[in-house]
Design a protein around this ligand. Structure first.
Ligand SMILES: Cc1ncc(COP(=O)(O)O)c(C=O)c1O
Length: 351
């Protein structure tokens, strides 16, 4: 049988399942609800694995991701995004709310009013900023937004935060402290308005291990499911925990370079300031991708001899969420069994 053409994304099912089980066990041991972010895999089949081992529900970033996961059988979805709900989004959210237990992020009184006009009574979590400075209000202001939401008839469950500044070398534990402080302050602020939060949700992949389980009730890691070169270089996963790689072929040795047929249209173009290249080679940790264009990855290769022309290598994308969003399907392999393909059903589901 002809080999599957490269480049394509391959998932080692055994590593995937072990990542899923390990995070579920961590959450259980710490008395935390696990609500993995599904934007990493965009696959209801992977979501089912997470739910099967005890995730309470899934996190999504967009209404269209929520629609794909609801179609795929998910019953409890949190849209962890400060949605701006107009009448068109309102209609889609009403349809979703009839099918799943739905929670939505809010971070302003205006968004609360727009949401309550379209979706009376829906559950919300107030988003607070723990130092990442993306969306989310000061934790001390959570009470004001929570009160507005309650007065508008929404069901205020508590607060959430995203510690995205954990994506820096050595930042994990300090950022986890900032996250806990923010959630604690948000809970106090809600409580001054008579709202006792039942959900205080945090957790990114680099910070989750250090989360304060006396404060947080829930974690939402996403990338842990596959791992990637960023997590490897941050030390939040080991190379053996990396479940997803891109199969790529050596197509050129021109100029004494090793060139692969996987470029930014497959691997994604993310390169964090701390990244040592545009991705890593799972089986050759000393090689580096020093140049990436749309269809080429150019490697430095310290160990002689070069991998032969036509040989296949396993590339670890820097940021797996971006790579998955570029693929129609994932090739699932399991030791001793044949290949399957799983669709990336929520690919491009960005609205
Ligand atoms: C709101 C929110 N929650 C959770 C996550 C998951 O964190 P990670 O990607 O570090 O696993 C993200 C990731 O972007 C996010 O934006």
């Amino acid at each position: 049988m002809a080999e599957r053409p490269t480049p394509h994304l391959v998932v080692d099912a055994d590593v995937l399942e072990s990542n899923v089980a390990r995070m579920a066990a961590f959450a259980r041991q710490h008395g935390l609800a696990l609500r993995p972010h599904a934007k990493t895999h965009k696959s209801p089949l992977v979501g089912r694995l997470q739910l099967a081992v005890g995730a309470v529900g899934l996190t999504v970033a967009t209404v269209s991701e929520a629609e794909v996961f609801a179609d795929g059988g998910a019953e409890d979805l949190f849209v962890a995004f400060p949605l701006w709900v107009d009448s068109a989004k309102g209609a889609r959210l009403r349809d979703l709310a009839a099918r799943v237990r739905l929670t939505i992020g809010v971070d302003s009184v205006e968004a609360v009013q727009a949401l309550s006009a379209e979706l009376p009574g829906v559950a919300v979590l107030v988003e607070v900023d723990c130092g990442h400075h993306r969306s989310g209000i000061d934790p001390e202001a959570a009470g004001a937004v929570g009160r507005a939401a309650r007065d508008a008839g929404l069901d205020v469950l508590g607060a959430f935060t995203f510690p995205g500044h954990s994506y820096a070398p050595g930042a994990g534990s300090a950022v986890a402290r900032e996250e806990s402080d923010a959630l604690r302050a948000a809970a106090a602020s809600l409580s001054t308005q008579g709202i006792e939060p039942s959900v205080l949700s945090g957790g990114s992949t680099p910070s989750v291990a250090n989360i304060d389980d006396d404060v947080a009730t829930e974690v939402r890691p996403g990338v842990y499911v596959f791992g990637d070169a960023q997590q490897w270089e941050l030390g939040s996963c080991f190379p053996e925990d990396i479940a997803l790689t891109c199969a790529a072929t050596v197509v050129s040795h021109a100029g004494r370079r090793v060139v692969l047929d996987a470029g930014s249209k497959v691997l994604g173009a993310d390169r964090a300031t701390y990244s040592t290249g545009f991705g890593r080679l799972l089986d050759h940790p000393d090689a580096r991708i020093v140049l990436l264009s749309e269809h080429h990855a150019v490697l430095t290769w310290p160990d002689a001899p070069f991998p032969p022309l036509g040989s296949r290598l396993r590339v670890v994308p820097n940021h797996v969420c971006s790579a998955v969003n570029l693929a129609d399907q994932l090739v699932i392999v399991r030791a001793g069994a044949g290949e399957e393909t799983w669709p990336v059903a929520a690919r491009g589901a960005n609205t």
